[in-house]
Structures are given as structure tokens and as C-alpha cells.
Design a protein around this ligand. Structure first.
Ligand code: FEO
Length: 392
């Protein structure tokens, strides 16, 4: 794809990666992704904002064929899906300097072996003139790594945000065409890489306020020509209050835990609680992460293998602990054959969640009447806790 004009002197560049299905060897990408770079040609200087994944460097170099000079390469983020082609750009444009945060400089030097003399570091709020266009750099740490920043192009009211507000969505649409589709992709992205830093993201949202923004141009997914859509979504996701939602990841080997899960989901639904149930044998971990964004309670279902939880459940609990959603309550349900330490072991895996643990329901063999009654009590407890706290 060729470069595409956004405003006078401002172009989208980059690559659409339709077939990528995994990011960081961890995160599922059901809809592929894009690596967006942007070219800004001022009356005196030219800047390239970010680059592309190294696997797609040829696409970027093709787009740059007619560009005689680049003075600055703005590196918002050191991760290689944006920075990986910068060494090729520096090779082509021998006078170009990499503009980044002080932390970004260290990381880019470490990861890409870019020499010291090619860097310019910028402080929070610093500006860089391209002649008739002015770049304002705003430090926004932890969107996704600690070194990240965004750039505000003052004359055109465009905020270039790299991972911040991004969505893993391969598309030929330059601008958001289907808000519902982008909402899900952006929420998945937020959940997987920014949710652990929710309070810092809140501060970053505050920092970008007060500027007139006509376009938000991230480095993954389409450009937002209605910025309020994604800003309001982020404000909801980072807010302190969860919703009246239970997330229930589970494994069942011979049907006992499955029976308990089905019963509890039904009991919760009858009490007006929204439940997202995930069989970890088949679930897309990204869907689980999305559900955790709003959840007030997580209930983990597991059979007992030897004396502990199923390994897939351990993985899900570890992931939830790492993502630090704003859940307030947790419980564990499941079964065992002769003995179980599953509750203690799972509870030990989620210290970051700082949840109140509600009475687990663990049965020996197949669940019976007393177990179903205990599940009714658990459902009532969850529904009442949500109500007491005003989670709607
Ligand atoms: Fe899109 Fe954190 O890289």
C-alpha cells in the first residue's frame, strides 16, 4: 500500500499485517494488526513518526522512495513492532536523528544498537519545530512500556499516540469505519497491555486534556476521526468501579466442575448478574482479558490434578494476577477425588488482585444437593456484594 494523505503535509505510512496471529508470543491477534508510521513534512524539516515491524521494513522503504530527506525519526516507544525498522531508516537517511524520551534512548540503544550520536532526547512538554508545523511531546509512561510518549501536532490538532488507543485490527480503512468492531479490538488491546497500569493511564488521560484534538492517530489500527469515542471508552475502562459482572474461567476433566459451573452461572443470571464463562481448553485468552476489564468478581473453576489445580487454571490465574483488573471479589469452585490443595494454591497465585475471597465450593466427586445449595449461597453472596457496592 502507498502512503496516504491525512492532512496537508501529513501522511499515513506503514503496513497492514493481515496474517499475524500472535504478538509477543503471547497475545492472540484474531484480526491481524497494522504498524502505522506517519510522515510530517514541514516547511523546513521532515519527521517520520515511528516505523514498522522489521518483518515489513520493505513496505516502509517502498513508501519512502520519493522522500528525499528525513531530519527526525520520532520514536514514541522502543518495542520493535514500531522501532524495529528505525535502523534501516537511519541507514537510508544518514543525517536523521532519533527523537525520544531519555528512557527511550537507553532502550533503543540496548535493543537496536543505535549509536549515541544519532539521538536527541526530549523532555515532557518540549516542542520541535518543522517550520510551519510544531511537534509537542507529552511523556505518557506505561502505554505500554515505561519510556513511552505521544506527539501533538499543534497546527493540525492531531495526537499521535503509538500503542495508546491502538487496536490490533488489520484493515484498509484509514479511519474508524465500524466503531463497535474497533471498540472490541481496542478493549482487547487495553486489557492485554495497559490494564496493569490503569492508574497511570488515568493520569495520562488527564495529561492530554485541554488540547483541541481532531484526530487520534495510533500506531495500530485505524485513525480516530471522532476522538471522543475512544477517549470516553478509555475513561470507562480505567475508572475505579467495576460492573455487575462475574468472569468464570474453568477447566473440567470428567464433568463435575462443568456441572458446578453451569449451575452457578444459572444462579447468578437469575439474580441479574452478567456472567462470562470461559472453558480454558478452547478459550481465546484475549476474550478473557476483555471480560476482566469490567468484572467485579472472578470465580475460578478447577478439578484437582494430584493435589492441586489444573495447569490451565494456574495459567489463567497467573495471567489475571499479572493483568491486575479492578475485581473486588474472588472465589473458587471445583471438585477432587481424594484430596485437594487447589483453593490454597490458587489463592496464592493472585496476590495482586487484592480481592476478598468468598467461601469456595469444592466437592468430592460429582456435585450433590449440598454442593448445589452452597453454590446458591455463593451466587447470593456475589449478587448482594455487587448490590451493596453499587456495581451496576
Ligand atoms: Fe505496539 Fe508495545 O508495541
Amino acid at each position: 500500500m502507498k502512503a496516504r494523505k491525512i492532512r496537508e503535509g501529513v501522511y499515513w505510512m506503514g503496513a497492514v499485517d493481515w496474517d499475524r496471529r500472535l504478538f509477543d508470543s503471547l497475545i492472540p491477534l484474531p484480526d491481524g494488526t497494522t504498524y502505522n508510521a506517519y510522515l510530517i513534512q514541514g516547511s523546513e524539516k521532515t519527521a517520520l513518526l515511528d516505523s514498522v515491524d522489521p518483518s515489513m521494513v520493505d513496505t516502509l522503504l517502498f513508501q519512502l522512495e520519493g522522500v528525499q530527506n528525513i531530519d527526525y525519526v520520532i520514536a514514541h516507544h522502543a518495542e520493535q513492532d514500531h522501532s524495529g525498522a528505525i535502523p534501516d531508516v537511519l541507514e537510508k537517511y544518514q543525517n536523521a536523528k532519533v527523537v525520544t524520551t531519555p528512557k527511550g534512548k537507553g532502550m533503543l540503544a540496548d535493543l537496536l544498537c543505535i549509536p549515541e550520536e544519532r539521538f536527541i532526547t526530549v523532555d515532557d512538554g518540549e516542542t520541535l519545530s518543522l517550520g510551519n508545523k510544531t511537534l509537542e511531546f507529552i511523556h505518557t509512561p506505561w502505554v505500554h512500556w515505561p519510556e513511552t510518549m505521544v506527539t501533538y501536532l499543534r497546527e493540525d490538532n492531531i495526537l499521535f499516540t503509538c500503542d495508546f488507543f491502538g487496536s490490533h485490527l488489520a484493515t484498509t480503512d484509514l479511519y474508524v469505519a465500524d466503531e463497535a468492531r474497533v471498540y472490541e479490538a481496542a478493549k482487547r488491546y487495553y486489557a492485554e497491555i495497559m490494564m496493569p497500569f490503569r492508574k497511570i493511564i488515568q493520569k495520562n488521560l488527564e495529561k492530554i486534556k485541554g488540547r483541541e484534538v481532531d484526530l487520534i492517530a495510533p500506531s495500530h489500527g485505524p485513525i480516530y476521526d471522532r476522538p471522543a469515542f475512544i477517549i470516553e471508552a478509555y475513561q470507562d475502562w480505567v475508572s475505579g468501579n467495576p460492573k455487575n459482572v462475574v468472569v468464570l474461567p474453568y477447566i473440567s476433566m470428567h464433568g463435575s466442575t462443568q456441572k458446578m459451573v453451569a449451575y452457578l452461572v444459572g444462579a447468578l443470571a437469575e439474580k441479574g448478574v452478567t456472567v462470562y464463562q470461559f472453558d480454558l481448553v478452547v478459550t481465546d485468552i484475549g476474550k478473557l482479558a476483555i471480560a476482566l476489564v469490567d468484572a467485579a468478581t472472578i470465580v475460578i473453576g478447577t478439578p484437582t490434578i494430584h493435589f492441586g489445580p489444573h495447569p490451565n487454571v494456574v495459567y489463567a490465574a497467573y495471567l489475571a494476577n499479572a493483568l491486575r483488573p479492578k475485581v473486588k471479589f474472588a472465589s473458587i469452585i471445583g471438585s477432587y477425588g481424594w484430596s485437594s490443595k487447589a483453593v490454597e494454591q490458587i489463592a496464592g497465585l493472585i496476590p495482586n488482585l487484592r480481592v476478598e475471597i468468598l467461601e469456595p465450593v469444592i466437592c468430592k466427586g460429582f456435585p450433590r444437593e449440598a454442593d448445589f445449595q452452597a453454590l446458591d449461597v455463593l451466587a447470593a453472596t456475589i449478587a448482594n456484594k455487587h448490590k451493596e457496592h453499587g456495581f451496576t
